[in-house]
Design a protein around this ligand. Structure first.
Ligand code: FAD
Length: 521
């Protein structure tokens, strides 16, 4: 007999994990061992456009988890399953083989994942052997708990936040409570005859088709070390240390000195309100890969941020660093709630259905130039090259690059959404889709279609000295002064840097015309 916790790609941690904590409590109560299951499904990876970097990160985290669980005598069983449709049946078979009484998991809100879990619950019900329990864990406030007076979900962020914060603050709310650590199994479990022969504790070195080159593997794992301790260090770095002005990710963020607090300087958190949009400085937390894979809980981020800033009460004010940062975590909740409440957004549909018919350009050369960071607009190219180099982008970089693809090149936002998922290490359907539909003006609470970023103005505001551009676009590294934001044709030609693919002013007018046509229908 045993109790099983099914860990997924979005909750890869042992600390502060609701389903794992409850599974452990159940195992303790019943006096049976706790086992952990992980299913690697290449078809899932294809369906979600998962990047090789994310899969590599998953495997690296899985190894950390296996080792940490082993210290608690909790075995981790990893299976690779090709057919995603057959996963519920395969998991149920395993549960029967192990004679499991209970299965616990944290909910994944994407439509296929919900269907998968429902199929498993139905199978378990028919056979009547295993109780399946799925819990809310990803969000700080779970989907369904932030409602309008007539019981509906919010589709605009500000009113959402006005209800989200009081729900979190309610005295009776346990949303920020830390889930207890799992208890260790009895020592004999590891050597148990039944489990011993059935268990596959080896984590594969790579998943076929998702390998990284040796060079990419080394670089990405330096930027994004795996494991809960690394995530905690990243959080510590943000909460307690100051940004060095010209550091924007060219070095390992955990390298020398990065995690040592300097009491003479204001921390990144304290400066976040004013400095968060600066692309030329490393001012944000860089926790998105860890939050997307669940290596750290969003609850822990809020608890620690409040503690570090000496706050006894929740702060979501626009006027403080901590308040502003918690607002960003609330955006993450907001977009996840949207995916849970409006499944069409995870099916490639625009949230605002009327924009399903925008007239897009089909231009493979332009799309490729955007991916390669060779559009001739330096800030866009720096952003796209940051994605290739680090598997991560600054939020402003994402907004500028996304808006440029959709409004300047007039290319379908879904192609950009897919490319980000395939390239970034923190790809998260809800936040990525939310960001893209914001930029495309098709989403919940989007940028109005006529408010189109001027990439050159954005460049001057967010990278005033041009350091970010010079770093990521080496052709321009020797261009001094403001010319770096928009090099004259002669300079660009000499340096082998491309001329702009389109004229921004004309492109802007074209986009407004096409969106307006739809609006008039
Ligand atoms: P911080 O500024 O330190 O913020 C802390 C955390 O809050 C982030 O780690 C993230 O979990 C959350 N957060 C911050 N901003 C947002 C936001 N706008 N929407 C939702 N959550 C937010 N974020 C992802 O995690 N995965 C994605 O795939 C993703 N795709 C995006 C695509 C586009 C087109 C845009 C405009 C934004 C996207 N974002 C995505 C949101 C945001 O850009 C990143 O979360 C952020 O840049 C990560 O850096 P950070 O961890 O230093 O953020």
């Amino acid at each position: 007999d045993c109790v099983v916790y099914w860990m997924r790609m979005e909750d890869m941690r042992i600390r502060d994990n609701r389903a794992l904590a409850l599974a452990s409590a159940q195992a303790l109560k019943a006096g049976v061992p706790l086992l952990v299951l992980f299913v690697l499904s290449p078809q899932d990876f294809i369906a979600h456009d998962r990047s090789s970097r994310r899969i590599d990160f998953t495997l690296r985290n899985l190894r950390c988890i296996r080792d940490d669980l082993a210290k608690l005598n909790i075995p981790l069983h990893t299976v690779s399953h090709v057919s995603r449709k057959k996963i519920p049946g395969a998991v149920h078979d395993l549960l029967l083989q192990w004679n499991a009484s209970h299965l616990f998991g944290n909910i994944e809100y994407e439509v296929d994942e919900l269907r998968r879990d429902i199929a498993l619950c139905e199978l378990a019900q028919v056979h009547g052997k295993v109780a399946c329990i799925f819990l809310h864990d990803k969000c700080i406030v779970p989907p369904g708990d932030v409602r309008t007076k007539d019981g509906r979900g919010y589709t605009v962020y500000s009113p959402f936040l006005r209800v989200w914060a009081p729900v979190l603050e309610k005295a009776s709310s346990h949303h920020l409570d830390e889930a207890p650590l799992p208890q260790a199994n009895d020592r004999s479990v590891h050597n148990h005859v039944t489990f011993g022969s059935l268990f596959k504790t080896e984590v594969p070195k790579e998943v076929e088709g998702y390998g990284l080159s040796v060079e990419d593997q080394a670089r990405i794992s330096t930027f994004w070390p795996a494991g809960e301790d690394a995530a905690d260090q990243m959080l510590y770095r943000f909460l307690n240390t100051a940004a060095r002005s010209t550091q924007f990710g060219a070095v390992d963020p955990l390298s020398k000195g990065a995690s040592e607090a300097d009491p003479t300087k204001k921390s990144r958190l304290a400066k976040y309100k004013d400095a968060r949009d600066r692309m030329d400085a490393d001012t944000t937390s860089r926790l998105s890969p860890y939050l997307a894979a669940g290596v750290i809980s969003a609850r822990a981020c809020v608890r620690e941020a409040l503690k570090a800033s000496g706050k006894k009460k929740l702060d979501v004010s626009r006027d403080t660093g901590v308040g502003r940062w918690i607002q960003e975590l609330a955006w993450r909740d907001f977009y996840t709630h949207i995916v849970a409440l409006f499944p069409r957004v995870s099916m490639g549909r625009p949230f605002q259905e009327k924009y399903a018919d925008v007239q897009w350009e089909t231009n493979p050369e332009h799309l490729q130039a955007w991916k390669d960071g060779r559009t001739g607009v330096p800030i866009v190219d720096a952003a796209m090259r940051q994605a290739r180099t680090m598997g991560w982008m600054h939020n402003r970089a994402r907004m500028i690059a996304a808006m440029y693809l959709v409004k300047d090149l007039m290319i379908d936002w879904r192609l950009g959404e897919k490319y980000f998922m395939e390239t970034l290490i923190d790809g998260d359907l809800a936040s990525n889709n939310g960001g893209w539909q914001w930029s495309a003006s098709t989403g919940v609470d989007p940028a109005p279609y006529f408010r189109i970023f001027n990439p050159y103005t954005q460049s001057q505001k967010t990278d005033p000295g041009g350091e970010y551009i010079r770093h990521f676009v080496p052709e321009l590294s020797k261009v001094r002064g403001p010319e770096v934001h928009n090099p004259p044709a002669g300079v660009a030609d000499k340096l082998g840097y491309p001329r702009p693919l389109v004229d921004h002013k004309e492109a802007r007018e074209r986009a407004i015309r096409r969106y307006k046509n739809i609006g008039a229908k």
